[in-house]
Design a protein. Structure first.
Length: 318
């Protein structure tokens, strides 16, 4: 299905089924050689917040139109999935369609500071998110918002949020994010096919594993790197989670100076693993982005600044 080049915005979201058998250790504290003193159980009811700083990240993001009812079946009953009509894209049949958001990043550095002030740093890590835009009128306020309540430019319910960063995985588990997964074998690689020009690059994203959100993205993308970064836009974006006890958490993002191309490129495809939930949503043959797509880059504002708060926000209002 093609939606007449629907573009949700200049950039969408900033900001991954069973977890792998081996639980990730958190990234080493800055200035330390071991993390033995920082082992923590995530089985209890106490959640805590973390500050997160991303440095020099390259991304691919896009949306694929799917049946809204299928998305609704994957989120808690208290969460309303937005249709394309709700998002302002109205045409015959748009009430019955929603958007599956698929995004992957590769960052040079990520730094996480937990509630006790301990700092964890990982280098050259990857991320992959799959989710859907939602109505947030019954959700609590996040640190970064536009209206003092729970407003943001983009609000996405996280069906899956995977990372190869132990530090980031630790932040997501401490906040109580239900769909967080550590996936150390993720790959997000980009090869410049036209050296010396800001033109195109060959992208290869692999999110492996025996779970419902195993997928790949491949193709020739519009290049968006530090060298080709002309200055970008600022926006607020939240990735939400609600567990079975109705506890709400959010990755609350303040994105600064992000470049985002109008399209990722005409030959970029997403392939879901056969027999998975994601495969049932988008089909098991490689799919182009039908809603929007873009290739993006956002720079470091200096390591140690707060780009995101991984937040435990309490229970849903009744």
């Amino acid at each position: 299905m093609t939606i007449n080049k629907v573009t949700l915005a200049t950039a969408l979201v900033t900001s991954m089924a069973l977890a792998p058998a081996v639980m990730a250790k958190e990234g080493s504290p800055k200035g330390a050689d071991t993390v033995k003193s920082h082992k923590q159980s995530y089985q209890g009811k106490r959640f805590s917040n973390s500050d997160v700083d991303f440095s020099n990240c390259r991304e691919i993001a896009g949306g694929i139109a799917v049946q809204k009812d299928a998305l609704t079946s994957l989120v808690p009953a208290d969460i309303k999935v937005n249709s394309l009509s709700d998002m302002g894209f109205v045409f015959e049949g748009s009430d019955n369609l929603g958007m599956l958001i698929i995004r992957s990043l590769q960052c040079e550095v990520i730094q996480v500071t937990d509630a006790k002030g301990r700092v964890f740093t990982d280098e050259n890590v990857a991320f992959a998110h799959v989710g859907t835009p939602i109505n947030t009128s019954n959700l609590p306020a996040t640190t970064f918002n536009n209206d003092g309540s729970n407003g943001a430019d983009f609000n996405i319910f996280a069906l899956s949020y995977q990372t190869s960063s132990p530090a980031y995985y630790g932040a997501m588990k401490r906040m109580g994010m239900k769909t967080a997964m550590f996936n150390e074998h993720m790959i997000n690689a980009q090869v410049d096919t036209t050296p010396g020009t800001c033109d195109v690059a060959q992208l290869s994203v692999s999110v492996p594993g025996n779970h419902d959100y195993s997928f790949s993205i491949f193709g020739e993308v519009v290049e968006a790197t530090a060298e080709c970064h002309p200055g970008g836009a600022n926006f607020v974006a939240n990735w939400w989670s609600v567990d079975r006890k109705k506890r709400v958490s959010a990755l609350s993002n303040l994105v600064t100076d992000q470049t985002f191309t109008e399209t990722a490129g005409p030959n970029v495809y997403v392939a879901a693993k056969p027999g998975t939930t994601m495969g049932s949503l988008i089909g098991e043959a490689p799919s182009a982005f039908t809603g929007f797509s873009g290739s993006g880059y956002f720079p470091s504002g200096g390591i140690g600044n707060v780009d995101m708060v991984a937040e435990a926000l309490g229970k849903l209002a009744r």
